[in-house]
Design a protein around this ligand. Structure first.
Ligand code: ADP
Ligand code: MG
Length: 220
């Protein structure tokens, strides 16, 4: 059974009289052990889709199910519980607490989930190429380093589903390869991974690519 299912999601935004249709009837499924890349130009709806899938935003129509349980249109506390169990999430910004170092951010995330595992923390930092930046504050990191630190936090609890919004933007090829290895390790462990990306290298290693244009899934 799909661990994540989205059926006919629609999302509209209104600013004054302007209406933006950010998602038009987007459906998708994600199976355990799959890596799926979501691609499309800037403004095509990738981030809106990820927000709706993780319950951080509510679709205007359609629904999301996590492991058979409906996420959409539930009380916030229920969604938060579902989200905490199912997801590791890397958004495009705001993934780190600014007053905590990289290592402290990781530790905090693990404590929230119940247990700090120092060995896993070190392994994750090594895996995203940030072992040498463990004690840096988020303000001291480059864009690419910030995304990788956020990715380590999203992976802290080894979640059943990783949703990552452009994790390899602003990183060099070698680092990108390292991040792809992290995703492939998840595949081998039967964990699902959904990544919004512009990277063709990443898309080539994905099991499937979903292409968005103007909020719609297009066939290519
Ligand atoms: P992508 O991540 O592919 O760049 P987004 O999901 O961020 O695309 O945006 C899709 C469309 O929805 C864009 O036209 C964007 O301007 C619009 N949009 C996204 N979020 C909001 C918002 N909170 N309010 C108004 N418009 C939004
Ligand atoms: Mg985006």
């Amino acid at each position: 059974m799909a661990i994540l299912e989205a059926r006919e999601l629609h999302r509209f935004f209104h600013i004054g009289d302007e209406e933006t249709v950010a998602l038009r009837s987007v459906s998708l499924t994600l199976e355990p052990g799959e890596i799926v890349a979501v691609m499309g130009p800037s403004g095509s709806g990738k981030s809106t889709l990820m927000n709706c899938l993780t319950g951080l935003d509510e679709p205007d129509a359609g629904f999301v199910r996590i492991d058979g349980v409906r996420m959409s249109r539930r009380p916030e506390a229920d969604k938060a519980r579902l989200r905490a169990h199912a997801f590791g999430i890397l958004m495009q910004s705001g993934n780190l607490f600014p007053h905590l170092s990289v290592a402290e951010n990781l530790r905090f995330q693990m404590l929230l989930a119940g247990r700090f595992d120092p060995e896993r923390s070190s392994r994750l930092l090594l895996g995203v190429g940030l072992a040498h930046r463990a004690n840096a504050l988020p303000t001291e990191l480059s864009g690419g380093e910030t995304a990788r630190a956020g990715l380590a936090v999203a992976l802290a609890t080894d979640p059943p589903i990783l949703v990552a919004d452009e994790p390899t933007a602003e990183v060099d090829t070698a680092t990108e390869g390292r991040l792809i290895s992290q995703f492939e390790a998840r595949r081998a462990a039967g964990k699902a991974t959904l990544i919004a990306t512009h990277s063709e290298a990443l898309a080539r290693r994905a099991d499937r690519v979903i292409r968005l244009k103007d909020g719609k899934v297009i066939d290519v």
